[in-house]
Ligand binder design. Structure first.
Ligand code: ATP
Ligand code: MG
Length: 223
C-alpha cells in the first residue's frame, strides 16, 4: 500500500520558494495498476520522487509497504528504494558507457542480496523478456531510444520490486512501439504481483488501468 497524507512539497531555488505540491490524501492499494495524468508542471514527477524516497516532503507523511519514509535517513531510503521500488525515470538515467547487462546488474549490486552469478542470471533472464538478449554486451550509448527504454524497464524490474513507478515510459516512442512497451510493463507488473503507477499523456492507454488519477485536480498548490 502507498499512503500519502497532508503533503506539502516546497522546493527552494536560489532563495525563491516554489510550492510544487499540496495534497490531503492519496492511497494506492497493493497490486493496483494506476495512471497519473495532468498537465506539465502539475507535480507528477514530484509525487514519484516522494513515493520512491528520492526526496522527502516539507510536511506530511509518505508510507510505502508499511514503512514511513520520512522517518528514515537518506541512506535507509536509498536501500528501501533498491529493495522495493522499480523506478523507470522520465529520462531513463542509464549509464551510456556501460553495457546493457552492466546497467541491469547495477541496482542488484546495490541491494547486496545476490551473488555475482545470480545477478547475471537474473539480468539475462529479464533482458530476454524485453527482447534485448541479443545486445547484452553492447554499450547503451549505441542503442536506439526504444531499446534504451526496454533496458530501463528491465533494470527497474530485475530486483522484483513491490512497486513499479514509470514516468512517461512511452513518451519518446511512436504509437505502435509505445503500446508494445506499455503491454510489456503491465505484464511484468502482473508477473511480479507489483503495484504499478504510470505517468502518461497518452489517453489511448488509459483503459489499461484500474484507476486514473488527475494530479492537477488533486494538487491544491496550483488551484
Ligand atoms: N528541483 C526542483 N527545484 C525547484 N522547482 C522544482 C524542482 N523540481 C520540480 N520543480 C517545480 O515543481 C513543479 C512540479 O514539477 P514536476 O516535475 O513534478 O512536474 P510534472 O507534472 O512531472 O511535469 P511534466 O509533465 O512536465 O514532467 C514545477 O513547477 C517545477 O518547476
Ligand atoms: Mg515529470
Amino acid at each position: 500500500m502507498i499512503k500519502l497524507k497532508n503533503i506539502r512539497m516546497q522546493y527552494e531555488d536560489n532563495g525563491t520558494k516554489i510550492e510544487a505540491l499540496k495534497l490531503k490524501e492519496l492511497q494506492i492499494k497493493d497490486e493496483k495498476h494506476v495512471a497519473f495524468i495532468g498537465s506539465s508542471g502539475c507535480g507528477k514527477t514530484t509525487l514519484f520522487n516522494l513515493i520512491s524516497g528520492m526526496i522527502t516532503p516539507t510536511e506530511g507523511s509518505v508510507e510505502v509497504q508499511d514503512v514511513e519514509l520520512t522517518s528514515l535517513t537518506e541512506q535507509e531510503r536509498d536501500l528501501f528504494r533498491a529493495n522495493h521500488i522499480g523506478y523507470i525515470f522520465q529520462d531513463f538515467n542509464l549509464f551510456p558507457e556501460f553495457t546493457v547487462l552492466q546497467n541491469v546488474v547495477l541496482p542488484m549490486a546495490f541491494s547486496k542480496r545476490y551473488t555475482k552469478k545470480e545477478m547475471n542470471e537474473l539480468a539475462e533472464d529479464i533482458l530476454k523478456k524485453v527482447g534485448m538478449d541479443g545486445k547484452l554486451n553492447q554499450k547503451v550509448k549505441t542503442l536506439s531510444g526504444g531499446e534504451r527504454q526496454r533496458v530501463a524497464i528491465a533494470r527497474s524490474i530485475v530486483n522484483k520490486p513491490n512497486v513499479i513507478l514509470a514516468d512517461e515510459p512511452t513518451g519518446n516512442l511512436d504509437y505502435k512501439n509505445g503500446a508494445k512497451i506499455m503491454e510489456l510493463i503491465k505484464q511484468m507488473a502482473l508477473d511480479e504481483k507489483a503495484t504499478l503507477v504510470v505517468i502518461t499523456h497518452n489517453n489511448s492507454q488509459l483503459d489499461m488501468f484500474d484507476e486514473v488519477i488527475n494530479i492537477e485536480e488533486l494538487n491544491e498548490a496550483i488551484k
